[in-house]
Design a protein around this ligand. Structure first.
Ligand code: GUN
Length: 293
């Protein structure tokens, strides 16, 4: 039997409608418009698309967006000055610096410069630490999107064997931390696999829920998946063009074979991708609300 398709697009629509109402209420009751400032350094094509989509989503939901595009050779000090200006700006509730940054800019220094209560990416060490001790302000967007797909599809995580493939700071490590929490939509038994894992398939085959953020196209094949598992695919890879000239995409999971074995699976595109931006909007609204509180 073919797996149920977990549509991030549909789940994101529902959450965005909820957020739109919250934003309208913030304006009406408190005269407050949530504001998100986004910095993009350089011309990385994928980053340009992500930033454009973030700004477009802000417009649709009634979030004020400020976009700053800086040339690839921007000195680190200029970026730090911009962040400092946004840190002090009362109309800016959330700050996001699109990653990756050019080589000459120290990513850690930049992330550390963002005020933790405006860090809507959840990448500041304070927010990473707060997540680990179980008292988070902001959950990182892609991992939170994975959790929301599970939660809103009625997939039980409590006591489930969750296997995460990938140990990045943006997805692998935080998604493991989120699902490990003593909280609703979490309470899982979590294993993290990575490039030095000895027998990857032995681990992935035990997973009730398999979350793949390996950064390599189609590395998870049907033989690595347990019958009836839930598979969340975080990967996005461009693999040519469709007949209509659009980018053809695939994930880290070999969708066509795995969907015959899994009970539920996220597609690429239309799975985790639309959830990431939606969670960014959720964090921006949260940051604005934190200002009132
Ligand atoms: N680059 C890839 N994913 C992300 C993300 O979630 N946030 C930022 N700031 N940069 C990214």
């Amino acid at each position: 039997m073919s797996a149920k398709i977990l549509s991030g697009t549909e789940i994101a629509k529902v959450i965005r409608a909820e957020l739109k109402e919250e934003i309208a209420e913030l304006k009406e009751k408190h005269g407050l418009t949530p504001g998100l400032a986004v910095a993009l350094v350089g011309e990385d094509p994928a980053s340009q698309v992500y930033v454009r989509n973030k700004v477009k989503t802000c417009e649709k939901l009634g979030v004020k967006s400020i976009e700053e595009r800086l040339p690839a050779d921007t000195p680190e000090s200029d970026l730090l000055s911009l962040i400092d200006r946004w840190n002090k700006d009362d109309e800016v509730h959330g700050i996001l610096v699109q990653l990756p940054l050019p080589e000459h800019i120290d990513e850690e220094k930049v992330l550390l410069a963002i005020r933790p209560d405006k860090d809507v990416d959840g990448f500041h060490p304070t927010n990473v630490g707060r997540l680990l001790i179980g008292n988070p302000d902001f959950l990182p967007c892609t991992p939170h999107g994975c959790q929301q797909i599970l939660l809103r599809s009625g997939i039980e995580t409590e006591g489930a064997e969750v296997v995460v493939v990938g140990r990045s700071n943006i997805v692998g490590k935080p998604v493991a931390a989120i699902l490990l929490q003593k909280a609703k939509g979490a309470n899982a038994t979590v294993t993290i696999c990575h490039t030095r894992t000895k027998d990857m398939a032995a681990h992935t085959r035990k997973a009730d829920i398999l979350i793949v953020a390996a950064g390599k196209p189609k590395v998870i094949t049907a033989d690595m998946v347990k019958e009836g598992a839930v598979v969340i695919d975080v990967g996005v890879h461009r693999i040519g063009k469709t007949e209509s000239g659009k980018d053809k995409l695939c994930g880290d999971v070999d969708f066509d074979s795995v969907k015959e074995k899994a009970s539920a699976i996220t597609p690429v595109p239309g799975g985790v991708g639309p959830m990431t931006i939606t969670m960014l909007m959720m964090n921006t609204v949260r940051a604005a609300k934190m200002r009132i509180e």
